[in-house]
Structure formats: structure tokens, C-alpha cells
Ligand binder design. Structure first.
Ligand SMILES: Cc1cc2nc3c(=O)[nH]c(=O)nc-3n(C[C@H](O)[C@H](O)[C@H](O)COP(=O)(O)OP(=O)(O)OC[C@H]3O[C@@H](n4cnc5c(N)ncnc54)[C@H](O)[C@@H]3O)c2cc1C
Length: 280
């Protein structure tokens, strides 16, 4: 049960959404955007979040787009994970998505919700980071296109009242060879010990990692190390792990040493799959 009352709004345009948020703010009401609503409901039940109003983004047509437009795969932020998988528009994103939660939950969870959510995993940002996608953000001043690298650093960098409308990925990048790896400790639908999305582009492996540190990331130094063809694969992996941007997670799912062991195996799988050759 949610132990507080809140108003519910489901605007039908981006302008109406921003206006609704602004009006509630003027009335000194705390409002929160929702899409799938799964995280909001669980956190509200646990008393971890409070809102006077929720604004549902699912009624906005632009947030529900899932199609190719002018050489870009356009994916609305309110698209549910099962839709991503079924549409096949961006196979790496769909494959990575299929590894999150059970089918019933994936039928509610949205792409925007996964990336904006409070968990440290936010696994679906990984395919977006390696495809250098463009993000359409709704601001007071209107819609603005920005690079994923400018709007996501450990978490989304949105100002008060802003929300994500769409992600736009070059169609050429959606067709590149890819691998999606997720290693869990307990069941296959658990949060990851290691989550990796990688593509092969212009004879380089581009890679983003989650579950390893306290946030998902893509690191230039790690990519340089993994692509250093003058070294053996074990040495490249050893060097890459030396460039982790933060301490490795050490929690009830896995101690640091075990997580590092799993990461090494996962990176080995990635390099051998994308570069060819047997795994060692
Ligand atoms: C059973 C289960 C298993 C899970 N397993 C995993 C897993 O393995 N890996 C993983 O990464 N995650 C996992 N999650 C977490 C899940 O991806 C997040 O909780 C996600 O936030 C839920 O999406 P939602 O659309 O329901 O979010 P909502 O509850 O609608 O919103 C969550 C947050 O995101 C914000 N938000 C939503 N949409 C937007 C937008 N367009 N722009 C800006 N802010 C927005 C909301 O304001 C809110 O703060 C799991 C969740 C469940 C329930």
C-alpha cells in the first residue's frame, strides 16, 4: 500500500507535460514523472519516495515512437522492454533488455525508466553509450538534442522538470556485430555481477560495462587497452581492469575478487566473439 495520496496526470503533449510540472511547482507540490511506474510504486510503498502528484509520460506520442526516421532508429523513452525485444529495431538493445527481470515486469518497465531509475545498474544505457546515441530532452525552452555522453555521466544529468523524450541511434550502428553478456550470482533474472554491451566497429571493439562499479560506464582507457593488438588477450584484459573508473563493487552478491574473476571471463568472451578465434 502507498501511504500517501497523490494526484495523477497523463498529459498528451510535451508542452502540456512541462506546463503541468511547472503549474504544480508553482502550487509548491512535489511532482514526479513516471513511465512504467514499477520503481515509483515499489519505492513509494517502502516510503523511499514521496510525491504530491505523478505525471505519466506514456500519453505523449513522441515518447512512444519506435521506428526508423531518416537513417536513425528512433526509440521513445516510454517504450516498454518487451516492445524493444519484439520490434528488433536495435538488436543489441533488444537482446540486452531480454536479460532484465521477468517477462511480466519487462512488460511494464520502460527504456527511460531503466536509465533514469535509482538502481546502480541502469543496464540499458550500455548499448546507447557504445552507439553514441542522440538523446531528445524536453526542457522548459522546448525539445533539445544532445549526445548521450553529455546527458549521462554515472546517472542522467537532467535539470528540474526535464525529461527524456527519445533516443536516436544511427541505423548503421544498429546493424554492427555485437555481443551482450550478463553474469549473475543467483538466478538469471537477478541484477548483474557484470553486464557488458559491445560492438565491433571499424576493426575496434567498443564496450560499455555495468554491475562492476557503482554505475554503468564507457571508458576510453578501457577501450584502448582492449584494442591494443600488440598484446595478448589476457594482458589486454589485465590492463583494462587496471583502468576501472571506480572501485569494484564488493557486496552480498559477490566479493570483489570473485567479481573480478567473472569480469575477466566476460571480457575474454567478448574479445573472442568479436575478434574471432577460440576462447581461452
Ligand atoms: C523485477 C525487477 C527486476 C529488475 N531487474 C533489473 C536488472 O536486472 N537490471 C536493471 O538495470 N534494472 C532492473 N530493474 C530496475 C528497473 O529497470 C528500474 O526500476 C526502472 O526504473 C523501472 O522502469 P519504470 O519505467 O517502471 O520506471 P518508473 O517507476 O516509471 O520511473 C523510475 C524513475 O525514472 C524516472 N523516469 C522515468 N521515465 C523517465 C523519462 N522519460 N525521463 C526522465 N525520468 C524518467 C521517474 O521519474 C522515476 O524517478 C528491475 C526492476 C524490477 C521491478
Amino acid at each position: 500500500m502507498i501511504a500517501f495520496d497523490f494526484e495523477y496526470f497523463k498529459p498528451e503533449t510535451v508542452d502540456e507535460t512541462i506546463h503541468t510540472y511547472r503549474q504544480l511547482q508553482l502550487q509548491r507540490k512535489r511532482s514526479i514523472y513516471i513511465a512504467g511506474g514499477t520503481e515509483f510504486i515499489s519505492r513509494a510503498r517502502l516510503g523511499q519516495v514521496h510525491a504530491d502528484a505523478v505525471i505519466d509520460l506514456k500519453g505523449i506520442p513522441e515518447c512512444n515512437v519506435l521506428e526508423v526516421q531518416g537513417g536513425q532508429a528512433v526509440i521513445g523513452s516510454a517504450i516498454r522492454l518487451t516492445q524493444l525485444e519484439e520490434a528488433g529495431l536495435f538488436p543489441l538493445l533488444g537482446t540486452h533488455s531480454r536479460k532484465i527481470a521477468d517477462h511480466t515486469s519487462r512488460n511494464r518497465i520502460t527504456l527511460g525508466g531503466n536509465i533514469a531509475g535509482e538502481t546502480v545498474y541502469r543496464e540499458l544505457v550500455l548499448p546507447l553509450l557504445i552507439s553514441d546515441c542522440e538523446v531528445i530532452v524536453a526542457k522548459k525552452s522546448g525539445l533539445e538534442a544532445t549526445s548521450i555522453h553529455d546527458i549521462f555521466n554515472q546517472h542522467l544529468l537532467l535539470q528540474d522538470g526535464e525529461f527524456i523524450v527519445q533516443f536516436r541511434v544511427s541505423v548503421a550502428d544498429t546493424t554492427l556485430p555485437f555481443i551482450s553478456v550478463k553474469k549473475t550470482a543467483f538466478s538469471s533474472f537477478d541484477y548483474p555481477l557484470v553486464s557488458i554491451a559491445a560492438i565491433r566497429k571499424e576493426e575496434r571493439t567498443l564496450i560499455a560495462l555495468g554491475g562492476v562499479c557503482g554505475y554503468p560506464f564507457r571508458s576510453r582507457e578501457i577501450e584502448e587497452s582492449l584494442n591494443n593488438q600488440s598484446l595478448s588477450i589476457p594482458d589486454r584484459i589485465h590492463n583494462a581492469i587496471g583502468h576501472l573508473p571506480a572501485p569494484m563493487l564488493d557486496d552480498f552478491r559477490a566479493l570483489r575478487d570473485y567479481r573480478e574473476f567473472v569480469l575477466k571471463h566476460a571480457l575474454n568472451e567478448v574479445l573472442h566473439t568479436l575478434e574471432g578465434g577460440p576462447e581461452i
